[in-house]
Design a binder for this molecule. Structure first.
Ligand code: SAM
Length: 224
């Protein structure tokens, strides 16, 4: 149950506000509005397109039948997790920002009422909490851990999509990348996948076993 009144207390020092609208939970302010919505992703979720998604190629473990499990330690608005869940992975997401977690939860609830998205979101679950702590205390071993912390350098406002400009006002930059990576490596997962800007540095200077290139993104893969 999303408690908007409680969540808006986190925003009292900002010009942002969460508002329940007919279309979904909206984060609004500075003339911008953001509703997390998985319906926009529908074309990417077609089976033929999923096979081409670099994140799916990076995550899949060839020697193991599906469903394989993914721990998404930096869920954001859940787009990567949605793609992985559509490709058949069982995904558990962690998001430490309560506002972002609420937007994601709202998107999941609405998707659960949609005939084509419902079976996909059934394979997704979300915890509003710090994944570093969680990964140190797991009672299961995920097959894959996905890390997509903040990009090292923030882009200029004009260069990023409008809907993400509002998120920039919220997101706490990930200041403990080394701890995040160490916790991921300690889970016992077979693979840790790290999403980076194409020319970005390795996370915490750890050279991966190999990298796969997407359009503007690179996936660094560490095999364990
Ligand atoms: C770049 S976004 C991830 C975008 C996501 N991959 C997607 O497809 O929508 C990074 C997110 O990770 C969250 N985050 C960073 N460190 C975290 C941690 N230790 N535990 C949980 N969430 C974290 C941030 O709040 C932010 O929402």
């Amino acid at each position: 149950m999303i408690d908007i009144k409680e969540l808006n207390k986190f925003l009292s020092d900002s010009s942002l506000e969460l508002i329940k609208k007919e279309e979904g939970l909206a984060l609004e302010g500075s003339g911008l509005s953001l509703i997390a919505d998985f319906a926009d992703m529908a074309p990417r979720l077609r089976q033929s397109n999923l096979e081409r998604e670099v994140i799916v190629k990076a995550a899949r473990i060839k020697s193991k039948p599906m469903p394989q499990t993914v721990l998404d330690a930096t869920a954001g608005l859940g787009e990567d997790s949605l793609i992985l869940a559509a490709a058949g992975f069982q995904v558990h997401m962690y998001e430490y920002d309560s506002i972002i977690a609420a937007l994601l939860e709202d998107a999941m609830i609405r998707a659960g009422q949609d005939e084509s998205l419902a079976p996909v979101v059934k394979r997704m679950s979300l915890t509003n909490g710090d994944s570093i702590m969680a990964m140190k205390n797991l009672d299961y071993v995920p097959d894959v851990v996905l890390l997509d912390p903040m990009f090292p350098k923030r882009q200029k406002t004009g260069k990023i999509k409008k809907k993400f400009q509002i998120l920039q006002q919220l997101e706490r930059p990930c200041g403990n990348e080394a701890d995040l990576l160490e916790a991921a490596l300690g889970t016992g997962a077979k693979k840790v996948i790290i999403k980076r800007p194409q020319k970005g540095p390795y996370l915490a200077d750890r050279k991966p076993d190999y990298s796969l290139d997407g359009k503007a993104i690179r996936y660094d893969v560490i095999i364990l």
